[in-house]
Write a protein that binds this ligand. Structure first.
Ligand SMILES: NC(=O)c1ccc[n+]([C@@H]2O[C@H](COP(=O)([O-])OP(=O)(O)OC[C@H]3O[C@@H](n4cnc5c(N)ncnc54)[C@H](O)[C@@H]3O)[C@@H](O)[C@H]2O)c1
Length: 339
């Protein structure tokens, strides 16, 4: 639905063709407008967002005529959704467990590139160390959405700052900076349930994490929500909290759309771990792929912290709020695979 030449873009809004002339620097505003319509949004609301009425964008037909047309026929947008927009998505740490799963899924619809410190057998992947800002900055040009996965993922108490500082702090800061410099619209940050992990010291969550379910009704367990204070359970978790904090800054002050995903547990094998906590935190590969797709495609995101796990019967963290925010429905449940 989008065609781009050197300086022009045609944004086909289905209900009326709007010709948008834009410089490359404001291309994101035009694509954002089209993206909202593609997902069934009524254009009236979109036009009220100041960043979409960028002064550099001139319409030949006039957005007002489009607005009145769309307002009078909103059902047309929802009953005949336009083709989904093809986004350019950059995944850091694309060669890892999660990167491999989501890159395959996202490639069906989008143009996926990646960065990893080691060679990855996939087209469009650059080998670079994210701690080297000069090396990575050019790789963000023209990118619509970044999914920042690269990290030292070990979270045991013995993991020290020598391992955590370069990849989880310096590299994360660099990736946010490079994304901002390139005008990236959407940033998805791989955080962790461990940011709130010390709630698992308290009841009833301690019992659930340990698999002691006597006297508990899974439907009535209070959940740890994203707006409760963070309670990191180690240095690794504290670095993830920093990544969330940078996301909040870039969202509040720079208008970047940021989704921080406090991930549960994802294994190469897709299996639930032996630890009873796995029945809370398991995130199946299938749900993981759909969830990250929603993270880059969901409209009307400013800043979200969401918990990422499958629709597991036993919960500690408020995963359903994230599904609602992203318009995503998981289909797997660890309970169906209990050993
Ligand atoms: N797998 C899980 O269960 C889980 C749970 C919670 C959070 N997370 C988070 O999700 C993200 C991805 O996890 P994963 O399981 O895929 O990890 P992974 O270790 O399998 O993959 C990480 C990738 O990042 C790359 N990388 C590391 N340092 C880099 C650097 N300096 N520059 C460029 N690339 C670098 C590695 O080569 C690797 O391919 C991580 O941020 C992790 O903390 C994972």
């Amino acid at each position: 639905m989008l065609q781009e030449s050197a300086k022009d873009a045609v944004v086909d809004l289905s209900c009326c063709a709007v010709r948008v002339e834009c410089d490359p620097g404001v291309w994101h505003a035009a694509s954002r407008l089209a993206g909202l319509v593609a997902y069934g949004y009524e254009i009236t609301g979109a036009l009220e967002r100041p960043e979409l009425s960028d002064r550099h964008i001139k319409t030949r037909m006039g957005l007002d005529s489009c607005r009145s047309h769309c307002r009078s026929t909103p059902e047309r947008l929802t009953s005949q959704p336009a083709e989904r927009m093809k986004l350019k998505i950059l995944i850091t740490g694309i060669g890892g467990t999660i990167g491999s799963v989501i890159a395959d899924a996202l490639s069906d619809q989008h143009e996926v590139t990646g960065i990893d410190i080691r060679p990855v057998g996939r087209d469009g992947v650059s080998v670079a160390d994210l701690t080297d800002i000069d090396a990575i900055t050019p790789l963000f040009e023209g990118v619509d959405a970044v999914i920042h996965l690269a990290a030292e993922r070990r979270h045991t108490p013995d993991i020290g700052w020598d391992l955590l500082l370069p990849t989880n702090v310096v590299a994360t800061a660099n990736v946010y900076d490079a994304a901002h410099a390139a005008g990236v619209r959407r940033f998805v940050f791989a955080s962790s349930m461990h940011v709130a992990g010390n709630y698992e010291s308290d009841e009833p969550w301690a019992s659930i994490a340990a698999g002691r379910y006597e006297g508990l009704d899974p439907e009535n367990v209070p959940l740890v929500t994203a707006d409760m204070p963070a309670r990191p359970d180690g240095r690794y978790a504290a670095t993830k909290q920093l990544g969330e904090s940078l996301g909040r800054y870039y969202s509040d002050c720079e208008g970047m759309e940021v989704v921080c995903v406090r991930l549960g547990t994802i294994a190469d094998s897709d299996a639930i771990g032996d630890d009873p906590r796995g029945y809370v935190s398991w995130f199946s590969h299938s749900d993981l792929a759909g969830f990250f797709t929603a993270c880059v495609e969901a409209p009307d995101i400013k800043f979200e912290i969401v918990y990422g796990a499958s629709a597991n019967t036993w919960k500690i963290y408020d995963t359903p709020s994230g599904w609602n925010a992203l318009g995503f429905t998981p289909s797997d449940n660890a309970e169906d695979h209990r050993r």
